[in-house]
Design a protein around this ligand. Structure first.
Ligand SMILES: [Zn+2]
Length: 279
């Protein structure tokens, strides 16, 4: 599932390629992707003829501001891709559910094999009611600078394992399974350390690791796993997977100490860690 670095990579690409363009036509091929709308014509009517005025990211959501005060919300779900197509003649992927054609040429295509992703248009005023998760979203580690003392107070206010807390979207926005493991390795902390047990040095290390890991991953344009389902706007895979220290590296030598990386079960998911480097 795309996390903050992947969604931020797509946001930056959309800023370059889509903001300022006017939507000429919308073609809906898969209704599940626009399931919040009563019908495909209703979804189309909200978009056709309008200009994309802005793009921002909230957690793992992409919010394309339209002229007026409506917003096109995109969530990629497990396997969604937004792909820029320069030519209308490029063949459609068979999992293409929505095609947006711009007046100046080119298209934006929403491809989603597993159909957990979605797109819908709403007004800014209705946004929080439509996506309650957005109303309660935690701080954004890339957009918001926070003092480590404030971060320490937030950690101390909870009594929960660090991986679970990092993945809690109400605590911090945009972090999932991959980056929580990578951040905790960089910080030298175990997934099950309680948030209120950290020394001030550990709090600083965790904060720094979170910001640095996510920034590096954005620089490398995100992580594409073996299924290669994450693609950027140009259909390219990310490069950060080659820099993963522990995620999906069970049994492989830790890049720091050469002991084997282990995998443990946690709430029905896996956590990967080096038991020598993380305490
Ligand atoms: Zn190690």
């Amino acid at each position: 599932m795309p996390e903050l670095p992947e969604v931020e990579t797509i946001r930056r690409d959309l800023e370059k390629e889509v903001v300022g363009r006017r939507i000429k036509e919308v073609d809906v091929k898969g209704k599940r992707s626009i399931r919040r709308h009563k019908s495909a014509p209703e979804f189309k009517k909200n978009l056709e003829g309008r200009k994309v005025a802005s793009i921002r990211r909230a957690g793992k959501y992409l919010l394309l501001g339209l002229e007026g005060d409506d917003v096109l919300v995109v969530h990629l779900g497990m396997s969604g891709q937004l792909l820029r197509s320069k030519s209308l003649k490029e063949p459609l992927n068979r999992h293409t559910h929505v095609v947006i054609t711009f007046t100046q040429g080119g298209q934006l295509r929403f491809v989603d094999p597993r159909t957990f992703g979605e797109m819908f248009v709403t007004s800014l005023g209705e946004l929080d009611a439509q996506v309650p998760e957005l109303a309660h979203l935690g701080f954004d580690p890339l957009d918001e600078v926070m003092s480590w003392t404030r971060f320490g107070q937030m950690l101390a206010g909870r009594h929960v394992g660090l991986k679970t807390l990092l993945m809690d979207q109400k605590f911090v926005a945009g972090i999932g399974n991959i980056y929580s493991d990578e951040i905790l390795f960089a910080a030298g902390l175990r997934y099950d350390r309680y948030s209120d047990s950290l020394s001030s040095q550990e709090i600083r290390r965790l904060y720094r690791s979170m910001v640095e890991t996510l920034s590096e991953a954005v620089k490398a344009r995100g992580s594409s796993l073996a299924d290669e389902q994450y693609r950027d706007l140009y259909g390219e895979t990310g490069d950060y997977q080659g820099q993963h220290q522990v995620y999906d590296r069970e049994g492989k030598p830790c890049r720091r100490c050469r002991n084997a990386v282990v995998r443990v079960k946690l709430n029905g998911r896996s956590a990967f860690l080096c038991e020598h480097c993380q305490i």
